[in-house]
Design a protein around this ligand. Structure first.
Ligand code: AHR
Length: 484
């Protein structure tokens, strides 16, 4: 048995709801045949968006969706995606999968999706292949008050009189790589050019600008960027981090030792956040900005999903992916004071996806259910947890806790895929008035939800004796403790 101390007086900060965000790129089957089925599709949809995905995102209070990339963003011209005449273009990923970009999903369609879901949009702006003025025009088109500019009039002609509400803009994507292979010094200058020009557009609500931060442990990028921002100040509300873990067997075919290998890689997220944040603080940038982990998840070899590889990067999700999701989101909760947002990659038919879909079929993966089990953390106050005897990954229990509306939400992941674990949550600085438990687990670590068996693995309520909870092997748990 493991004791888990929940130290109520030790508050860690508010868990921004945006930490539970999503990411949808024009890549493979994320949009077409995934979330977007088209207005004339026989698949139930609302103005082209798959009803099931909209409803299920609403059910987990999906707070924010990033779009249109990823790498795709860096050759995207927003003008291709408005009006009735939409050109077919080379998609950034076309060399990988041969699929042409039809532009049937553009600004208005994506905004409709966000409004249906009730999620905030986060736009990734191309800074590699359009000019700062063209980027500013996109903001003008979206944000300018009705009838105030020609682009606001064009927006109205295209069906939207009032401005859209777009609170977040990423200035570039992976500019250390696919976004122009820039050096940090060069990128800092480019960022400032774009941020200055884009900042001129008036907006009904504040808008945040995020700079492209490090690929995982590339702290050198973060440091040199921080020097660039320190030298010459610019509006800067966030710095991104991308971190994927993989390289431990196939998605649905892996050994016990590969289970632990992947979890150990996922755990690196903690160090990546801590060290990147230390650099930010070292340069005094933490006063104006926080970290935005706008791509994270498992990246396995493709081909395990329903399209058998046709959809680029599509993968299934087993309990190993669910445990990685829970472990990662526990890290985010525990480090919430330095994190503004995080976006799992990607929404549908892709890496670490909550949904897999094809024509009339659509299924929630185990990843989806982890978001469901964590949703009570949104907007709550995180408090410190201490887990005894927790160094060895084969016996580790990942944990985070938060307080909201007189109740503690404690989320746990049993990192052992070999044995169940019993834990005793101990409240320090408070007393329990009752405990509820939901668990997500499967008999086989390789099991997953499929079109044929969509509800094979779902959260179930489990009995507790009010003092201890048992988490099945390789399982995730949500414990709710009502406070006296
Ligand atoms: O999520 C897939 C790709 O991974 C994104 O387009 C890119 O930003 C990252 O390299």
């Amino acid at each position: 048995m493991k004791d888990i101390y929940i130290v109520l007086p030790e508050e860690l900060g508010t868990i921004a709801p945006e930490i539970y965000g999503h990411f949808s790129e024009h890549i493979g089957g994320v949009m077409r045949d995934g979330a977007w089925v088209g207005k004339d599709s026989p698949v139930p949809n609302v103005r082209g968006w798959r009803t099931q995905i909209v409803e299920k995102l609403k059910a987990i209070n999906a707070p924010v969706i990033r779009w249109p990339g990823g790498c795709f963003a860096e050759t995207y011209d927003w003008r291709d995606g408005i009006g009735s005449d939409r050109p077919r273009r080379i998609n950034w990923w076309m060399a990988n999968d041969g699929r042409v970009e039809t532009n049937e999903v553009g600004t208005h369609e994506f905004m409709d999706f966000c409004e249906q879901v009730g999620a905030k949009p986060y736009f990734a702006v191309n800074i590699t292949s359009i000019t700062p003025l063209q980027a500013r025009d996109w903001l003008d088109y979206c944000l300018s008050p009705a009838e105030s500019t020609d682009l606001a009039l064009l927006r109205e002609k295209n069906g939207r009189k009032e401005p859209f509400d777009i609170p977040y803009f990423g200035i570039g994507n992976e500019n250390w790589g696919g976004g122009g292979e820039m050096t940090p010094e060069f990128y800092a200058s480019v960022y400032r050019r774009f941020a200055t020009v884009m900042g001129n557009v008036p907006s009904g609500t504040p808008k945040d600008f995020f700079a492209c931060g490090a690929c995982a442990e590339d702290f050198d990028w973060t440091q040199r960027l921080a020097v660039g921002f320190k030298e010459k100040h610019s509006k800067l509300d966030g710095m991104t981090i991308h971190y994927y873990c993989g390289g431990a067997g196939e998605c649905t075919d892996y050994t016990v030792s590969q289970w632990y290998e992947l979890l150990q890689k996922a755990e690196k997220m903690d160090d990546i956040i801590e060290r990147n944040w230390s650099v930010v603080k070292g340069y005094g940038l933490e006063k104006s900005m926080k970290l935005v982990i706008d791509e994270w998840g498992c990246w396995h070899p493709g081909g395990s999903g329903p399209s058998k590889g046709y959809n680029l990067f599509e993968q299934q999700a087993t309990m190993r992916d669910a445990v990685v999701a829970a472990l990662t989101m526990n890290i985010f909760n525990n480090r919430c004071s330095s994190i503004k947002m995080a976006n799992v990659a990607q929404l549908c038919n892709n890496l670490h996806a909550p949904f897999l879909a094809d024509k009339e079929h659509c299924v929630e993966t185990v990843n989806y259910y982890v978001f469901d089990m964590f949703k009570n953390h949104m907007g709550a106050t995180a408090v410190r947890t201490v887990v005894k005897d927790n160094e060895d990954i084969t016996r580790k229990v990942s944990a985070s806790a938060s307080v909201k509306n007189g109740a503690v939400t404690l989320t746990l992941a049993n990192c052992s895929c070999e044995r169940a674990v019993t834990v005793r949550p101990v409240l320090l600085g408070g007393a329990s008035a009752g405990m509820k438990l939901r668990t997500l687990s499967a008999e086989s670590r390789l099991a997953c939800n499929t079109f044929d068996e969509p509800y094979k693995i779902v959260p179930v309520e489990a009995a507790t004796n009010g003092k201890t909870v048992t988490i099945p092997k390789g399982g995730v748990a949500e414990v709710t403790i009502r406070l006296k």
